[in-house]
Design a protein. Structure first.
Length: 370
């Protein structure tokens, strides 16, 4: 009987969908770069991508608990990272798993991806950051930099990490060698951005940092602490502040150009369209808009439920996720085009690719809509 049970277990492990053996994703390296939160400094990396007009769930898979960061999808490969300490790659077409790798701590800042290399930072006290292979997730290198709740920034061959211990660290991206480390004040409130040839870090103050040696060249005081990631368009850095305010910092002039109330707390990164329109999502599920050349925000949608970080700009409008599991497609003017109930809490931006939407849920389920 024991031998029979062992044989049955082995056969089950070899059955489709049951094997946990890592396998190659089977794609060739290509010039693809997702080097910061939501793809670019405007947080608009999916702005020109289409979404379904009448979506239905094509498949749902359980990838483990705690999907608090955006998935990435390209060339038929879907990447996820979770608070269960796993990063994994799936077939975007059918949801089959290619590989998974267990880290030393959870990830809330997501994954960076360029060509055939991935970079990911963890929230542990020592704060491991690692570079990994797209194929099978194998390790290139790993370094301790301090706990990182916000995604790194990849510029050329340098990886910039803002950490909870009030530091900004630059690593050589191919090898992980530390180039410099600069002490700033306060906890990092957002992923760094690149302005011209300078790196801008957002803590309790906006710091403009010279990239070769990490020298702080300018400090710009904020009216209040930042409550979420910033978005950058040209010289204008749009930052949500505590107290329900959206502020715009002119990086050329080194001052706050305008600030406007948005009716409630904002913990989602604002998104800025190519024409300069800025959108913000409050925790009460309201969407606010600042039109180009204006200094005041206007409310364009009230979705009637709590929200967190799930705001994504797409060709057809805005994808907004609520904490009760409803996903909305809004027009750029705030009209509801469609809504779908995914049955779980949506806290992270959704991924969009090849006409489909990939929705991460806090309970670890990931659903494809097409």
């Amino acid at each position: 009987m024991r031998e029979t049970a062992v044989l049955l277990l082995a056969l089950l492990m070899l059955a489709p969908g049951c094997s946990r053996r890592n396998r190659d994703v089977g794609v060739e390296p290509a010039p693809f770069a997702w080097t910061t939160l939501q793809g670019d400094a405007r947080r608009a990396g999916t702005e020109n991508k289409a979404v379904p007009t009448d979506p239905e769930v094509a498949w749902s898979i359980d990838v483990g608990r705690g999907l608090r960061s955006e998935p990435l999808v390209d060339r038929g490969v879907l990447l996820i990272a979770g608070s269960n300490r796993l990063i994994a790659a799936y077939d975007a077409d059918n949801g089959d798993r290619f590989w998974e790798q267990r880290l030393n701590a959870s990830v809330s800042g997501g994954i960076l991806w360029r060509n055939d290399t991935l970079w990911v930072a963890t929230e542990s006290l020592t704060g491991e950051v690692s570079a990994r292979r797209l194929n099978k997730g194998g390790l290139y290198w790993e370094r301790d930099v301090g706990p990182a709740r916000v995604p790194p920034l990849l510029v050329g061959g340098t990886l910039y990490l803002a950490t909870d211990d009030g530091a900004l660290t630059a690593l050589h991206a191919p090898t992980g060698e530390r180039r410099w480390r600069t002490r700033l004040s306060g906890v990092a409130a957002g992923t760094p951005v690149l302005h011209g040839d300078r790196v801008v870090a957002i803590h309790d103050t906006v710091y403009v940092v010279e990239p070769d040696e990490g020298i702080v060249e300018e400090r710009i005081a904020l009216p209040a602490g930042a409550s979420a990631m910033p978005a950058l368009l040209d010289d204008l850095l749009v930052i949500p502040l505590h107290g329900g305010v959206l502020a715009a910092v002119d990086l050329d002039l080194g001052e706050v150009r305008w600030q406007t109330p948005v009716g409630g707390s904002v913990v989602a990164a604002p998104v800025i369209s190519e024409d300069g329109t800025a959108y913000a999502l409050t925790t009460s599920g309201e969407v606010w808009r600042v039109l180009p050349g204006e200094r005041r925000a206007g409310r364009i949608a009230a979705l009637g439920g709590a929200a967190r970080g799930s705001l994504t700009l797409v060709r057809d409008g805005l994808l907004v996720g609520r904490l009760d599991g409803f996903l909305f497609l809004l027009s750029r003017d705030g009209d509801v085009v469609w809504e779908r109930d995914l049955g779980g809490s949506i806290v992270a931006p959704v991924a969009v690719g090849d006409g489909a939407i990939y929705v991460p849920l806090l309970d670890g389920k990931l659903s494809k809509l097409e």
